[in-house]
Design a protein around this ligand. Sequence first.
Ligand code: AOF
Ligand code: ZN
Length: 378
Amino acid sequence: MSYNDAMSSTDLFFLRRCLTLACREEGSVSPNPLVGCVIVKNGTIISEGRHKGPGLAHAEADAISRASVARLKGATLYVNLEPCSHTDKRTPPCAQAIAKAGITRVVYPFQDPNPKTKGLSDKIFRDAGIDFSRGLLVRESAVVNRVYLTNITSKRSFVSLKLGTTMDGRIADKSGCSRWITGNDSQRFVHSLRFKSDAVLIGSGTAASDNPQLTIRYGRKRKPVTRIVLSREGRISQSSALAQSAKDHPLIVIGDRVPEKKAAILSRLGIKLITCDPRDWETLLAILFTQHQIGRVLTEGGGEVAGSLVRSGLADEIILIVAPKLLGDAAVPSFRGLDFPLSEAPEFVLFRKRKLGSDFALHYLSRRTACLPDLLKP
Ligand code: AOF
Ligand code: ZN
């Protein structure tokens, strides 16, 4: 069908509501997509639903279950991803449930790139006489599901690179001291970023100098987040906060030259070892997603990790938290080892900005992430 302006503005309103509902579950759904659904009759919402995590009801099924059988007949269903129709999975297929419920119109932005279900709902809807349309709110919906889309199209973890810096882009003073560049509000914000991720990753230099815990300690929602340390030789102090908490919070060391004795010590401490060259981001991110179900990894420093990720072109987004301070030339730079002429400088797209006390969080998407919608067939 083709849109007229009045129809599309109403449809946009309800699709935006789906995104708001979907985003409430950020941090809980991995490796699944963020999905919200609203069912509308005579211009009013009669039911809403959202997907709350793997194995739990899909957004459409959740919304259908909250409305009476009679009211569903002839209603319109909005959802921010093509409804699924495959059956070899944990939950029943949604397209069939929508048809069975007597819904007569379905609106969603784009097809689900999951090859098991992509495009299959068309026939189900056509056979049931359901009028379906897509193509609205594609960009916003793709950005909301950037983690899922990257996971499914590239078969690797999505990378959120976070750095706390001064106004002159320094992450520590010349003695290596970085506590604390950013303020309390930023601290809480970082814990919410950890919650939205499946793993938090640092280099062995940061592990040694900061002795961090990398757990979630603030905020309403808590979950065990996997901590990852990169070290070719498997260097991590047995008395460090990370090693000491490995029995309660999963800890992985990534290295390719870990001596057998060291590997035995790590195993005794409850630390998992992944044998991989930590400079080979492509292989590492593929292993983290396909073998460890890590959909989104948050990297928290330092400058070596940030520099090498940008060089590899695999920093999918960069979240800079900038404090109103200056440290000067001798202090530690944010991105080590980069050297681009201006004409080749990697460019990012500003996605969001947020004031955090006297700091500012600047959230940039890589060109690849910003272009994800171009990969999608509406
Ligand atoms: C979700 N939530 O609301 C929708 C999804 O293993 P399952 O049964 O949870 O199926 C997961 C797949 O279902 C997922 O990869 C995606 O293709 C499709 N749609 N998934 O988790 C939802 N609508
Ligand atoms: Zn479904």
